[in-house]
Design a protein around this ligand. Structure first.
Ligand code: NI
Ligand code: MN
Length: 226
């Protein structure tokens, strides 16, 4: 599969279907060089209701007939904003995109409210399975022990983990999370977008390396293949 990093928690995951996560691109001061009109998505996954995870949903939906997969309270709020092409999940639920691609919605430790202050349910993570690979998409979360459960029950090839601290795990807790998930390949997210989540890239990479784990901090716009 092909993975493109669009900054913050926005990734385009392309296998037999094209899935965009947490659209915050045109609104991200660090992603101004990305042309959102070129992003083609069949689905949009939204981990929770905070603006830095859905601020650019309208822009994506303007040129994509995409289906939104998200927490039930987020989906019902989005329906009131005119986005009714969605499928709502709650924890433990799995959405089947195709015969080979699915995403399970599981609990995260964070908060969730919509941009107007409405209740946003609880925040979650997605366990995406596609073409024989399993990717853990953490969304925003603190370190928590259920990550051990996800690692025990899934053979995770890649974990996308927040590392910026302040609002989520920092790189030290993300290191523990990677171990709980039993995953050695990590892509960092939720860092450098705002001053309070700026990180020292080399220190974070070195920390993971000292534990035989591979942390990648991709430049915005970078494409990798898994
Ligand atoms: Ni958040
Ligand atoms: Mn966030």
């Amino acid at each position: 599969m092909r993975i493109t990093f669009y900054g913050h928690n926005s990734f385009l995951l392309e296998s037999d279907v094209s899935i965009l996560t947490d659209p915050f691109i045109a609104s991200n001061p660090k992603a101004q060089h990305i042309l959102m009109e070129n992003i083609k998505a069949d689905y949009v996954l939204i981990t929770h209701g905070h603006a830095d995870h859905l601020a650019d949903l309208d822009k994506i939906m303007a040129h994509n007939d995409a289906k939104i997969i998200t927490m039930v309270e987020v989906a019902s709020w989005l329906a009131k904003q005119g986005h009714s092409h969605s499928h709502s999940l709650n924890f433990g639920g799995t959405y089947e995109f195709s015969g080979v691609t699915s995403a399970k919605y599981v609990q995260a430790v964070h908060s969730s409210s919509m941009p107007d202050g409405s209740y946003g349910g609880h925040p979650g993570s997605f366990i995406l399975k596609t073409e024989g690979k399993t990717i853990f998409i953490a969304g925003d979360t603190a370190l928590h022990s259920d990550l051990k459960l996800f690692g025990a029950l899934n053979d995770i090839d890649l974990a996308i983990l927040p590392i910026g601290g302040n609002y989520t795990m920092d790189s030290e807790d993300a290191l523990h999370a990677a171990k709980f998930l039993n995953c050695s390949q990590i892509i960092g997210c939720h860092y450098d977008s705002f001053p309070e989540i700026n990180i020292d890239h080399q220190a974070a990479i070195k920390l993971f390396k000292s534990h035989q784990l591979d942390l990648q901090l991709l430049a915005i716009g970078t494409i990798i293949t898994l």
